[in-house]
Ligand binder design. Structure first.
Ligand code: ATP
Ligand code: MG
Length: 416
């Protein structure tokens, strides 16, 4: 894509009302546009990053048998009253129509998905069933000061599963936990599976997936030798304690972290609320056991910014970067450099390389490099009169200081 055509522009200053690093950088880079506290629009670069994350999430959910659907966002109030969430869940938005009908918008979708499953999965032969969606969620959050990490509107992947037995639920739960760890790893992040209490509706254990970052809103204790990790809110342990799970004499360290997903055993709470039963092998009616599995897609984007950004700007992990290469032309007005850049851009794009081509005229080299640092694209290719005359390109990594000069032909063959 040509940067001269990109309608968004970078800006030097962060907006004064935005305190979080992730939103400051994403707004300065033209990735997002702030509508109000906790609500952002995603512009071309931001949408590309979200799509990368969503693709990873989708592949891993499909791999464990999840079936993708898209549920309604605008909900009638009745199912929410039926489960008690209308009264008991503080983040539920309540909307009144002009004919005084009450509605809500999805903040989680057990109230919608359970009646859907009830329509189709009525026999033990139809179970287990796992459905998921990637879409917008709306929550009346009191505080929205963490940029895209805590929105009043945000993107979540939510999956819901239905099981015949507790054993089958436990089996799927273990599979989902591994899939979650893969999602974070593929996004370039290390997440710890933290044991936590199961939230408002269930006393059962749940896992929260935590990425260490000072921008996080949670406090965790983690073992320095094994994967054990716990939320400070629930555990009686404290910093410096010996790890109770560990065979390697690990010690617990306290750190700030951000929850990028969680998985719950919902038991039969929602099956009871909707009187949803299935026929078991003996012909008896049973209530399915449900699980819910969330991943904060937009939060993951914010966490990636927080985790890797340096003083110059964003540093994207390769797998979620909006483009793999940033081709910077230092003499786009000049015939040979223009022709060289246009051809290289086209060749790479044809090969499927995701490339942003800074072909802007009248922008200084210093400004182009500063913009490139801010945007955080992993690999940079620089062309100028000198390199073009020699048939070369200059290659630099976003995080490296070193600039390598190599022949264009060698560079192209190095891409395979
Ligand atoms: P938190 O404790 O951070 O409020 P939660 O327990 O309310 O999270 P869930 O309802 O389980 O979260 O939602 C699933 C995932 O969606 C969370 O793990 C998180 O990554 C993400 N998420 C939750 N609330 C928000 C929000 N307001 N903005 C962005 N992402 C969110
Ligand atoms: Mg919450």
């Amino acid at each position: 894509m040509r940067q001269s055509q990109l309608f968004t522009k970078t800006r030097r200053e962060a907006p004064s009302d935005e305190t979080s690093k992730n939103a400051q950088l994403l707004i300065r880079g033209g990735y997002v546009h702030k509508e109000m506290a906790g609500v952002y629009s995603y512009l071309p670069l931001g949408r590309r990053v979200l799509e990368k994350i969503e693709r990873i999430v989708r592949e891993e959910m499909d791999a464990i048998g999840g079936q993708e659907i898209r549920m309604a966002t605008l909900h009638p109030s009745e199912p929410w009253k039926q489960t008690g969430a209308w009264e008991n869940v503080d983040v539920v938005f309540k909307i009144m129509s002009r004919t005084e009908k009450e509605y809500t918008v999805g903040q989680s979708e057990e109230e919608i998905v359970t009646p859907i499953a009830q329509e189709y999965a009525l026999s033990y032969k139809d179970l287990p069933l796992a459905v998921y969606q990637i879409g917008q969620k709306y929550r009346d959050e009191l505080r929205a000061k963490s940029g895209v990490m805590r929105g009043r509107e945000f993107t979540m992947k939510d999956m819901y599963s239905f099981h015949e037995t507790q054993e089958d639920f436990d089996r799927f739960y273990a599979v989902a936990k591994e899939a979650y760890l893969k999602v974070y790893e593929r996004c370039g992040l290390t997440a710890k599976a933290t044991e936590a209490s199961g939230g408002s509706f269930t006393k059962k254990l749940s896992y929260e997936f935590m990425v260490l970052t000072d921008a996080g809103e949670d406090d965790i204790l983690y073992c320095d030798k094994c994967p054990y990790c716990a939320n400070v809110e629930i555990t009686k342990e404290k910093e410096g304690d010996a790890c109770t799970r560990c065979t390697k004499s690990g010690k617990l360290t306290r750190a700030k972290a951000s929850e990028v997903g969680n998985i719950f055993d919902l038991g039969t709470k929602y099956s009871h609320d909707f009187n949803y039963t299935f026929r078991d092998a003996e012909g008896n009616q049973q209530y399915p056991i449900m699980g819910c599995f969330g991943i904060g897609v937009t939060r993951l984007m914010g966490v990636a910014v927080e985790a890797f950004a340096d003083e110059k700007g964003i540093v994207w992990p390769e797998s979620v970067a909006p483009f793999a290469y940033h081709l910077i032309s230092l003499a786009p007005d000049d015939g040979p450099v223009r022709a060289f850049g246009d051809e290289l851009h086209e060749t790479l794009a044809k090969r499927g390389v995701e490339i942003l081509y800074d072909d802007r005229k009248g922008v200084s080299a210093g400004e182009k490099f500063a913009d490139s640092d801010l945007l955080g694209i992993p690999h940079r290719i620089v062309i100028s009169k000198k390199t073009v005359a020699d048939g070369n390109v200059e290659i630099k990594e976003r995080t490296g200081a070193e600039m390598r000069i190599i022949a264009k032909t060698d560079f192209l063959s190095s891409l395979g």
